[in-house]
Ligand binder design. Structure first.
Ligand code: SIN
Ligand code: FE2
Length: 214
């Protein structure tokens, strides 16, 4: 019997909710180019632990690239055109990253997505991200495109209320998750990263979320 295309072309997109699609391994083909493109970004705008408006240090370390970057401080959460560490504009969005996000968004049903912000989160074993909504962007009609690299994570995907039941989604190295439309404001978070050493990225998980913020 002839193998089906499904077997020949690897994991297929999975629709997880009406406007949420998981693209398993979608970033793997361009992984090395993506890491090469990220290196200068991280040199210009290193990972740092920001403080929440409540005065606590965030467990996740973060940085940004793109015209706008997500920041948190005593005054609240917002997008800023400059890196508060350097006072300089954030590093530009690498074209390869932009193209990858646009392709993923199109596959997930969001043709025409042009992100202007990429939040880069750095997790170590034990780091978690508590449930939250992404609502600092101007236009909720635009999706979030999330690229996971390094150690695996369990992503919590909830409802529109914090107390709603969450489902657990495994996010592995190279996976891309897109959520928008009716799912755009779902609460989400990440369970503590399990101890481990990823063969390419070591003891870390890096997550990139591309957004249309402004
Ligand atoms: C986020 O919600 O900003 C990041 C999600 C993730 O790390 O998978
Ligand atoms: Fe988020």
């Amino acid at each position: 019997m002839i193998q089906s295309d499904l077997d020949l072309f690897g994991p297929q997109p999975q629709r997880l909710a009406s406007h949420t699609v998981l693209l398993p391994g979608f970033a793997l083909a361009e992984l090395e180019a993506l890491l090469d493109a990220l290196r200068p970004v991280l040199r210009a705008a290193p990972f740092r632990h920001m403080r929440t408006p409540g005065g606590q240090q965030m467990a996740v370390a973060l940085t940004n690239c793109g015209a706008l970057g997500w920041v948190s401080d005593d005054h609240g959460y917002r997008y800023s055109a400059t890196d508060p560490l350097s006072g300089q504009p954030w590093p530009a969005l690498p074209p390869l990253l932009l193209a990858l996000a646009e392709r993923a968004a199109t596959l997930a049903g969001f043709a025409g997505f042009v992100p202007d912000a990429c939040l880069v989160n750095h997790y170590q074993p034990g780091t978690r991200l508590s449930l939250h909504q992404d609502r600092d962007e101007q236009d909720y009609g635009q999706p979030i495109v999330s690229i996971s690299l390094g150690l695996p994570a369990v992503f919590l995907f909830g409802g529109m209320q914090r107390a709603d039941r969450t489902r657990r989604i495994a996010l592995n190295h190279g996976d891309v998750l897109v959520w928008g439309g009716e799912d755009r404001l779902r609460f989400h978070g990440v369970l503590p990263i399990k101890p481990g050493v990823h063969p390419r990225l070591g003891e870390r998980r890096i997550n990139l979320t591309l957004r249309k913020a402004g």
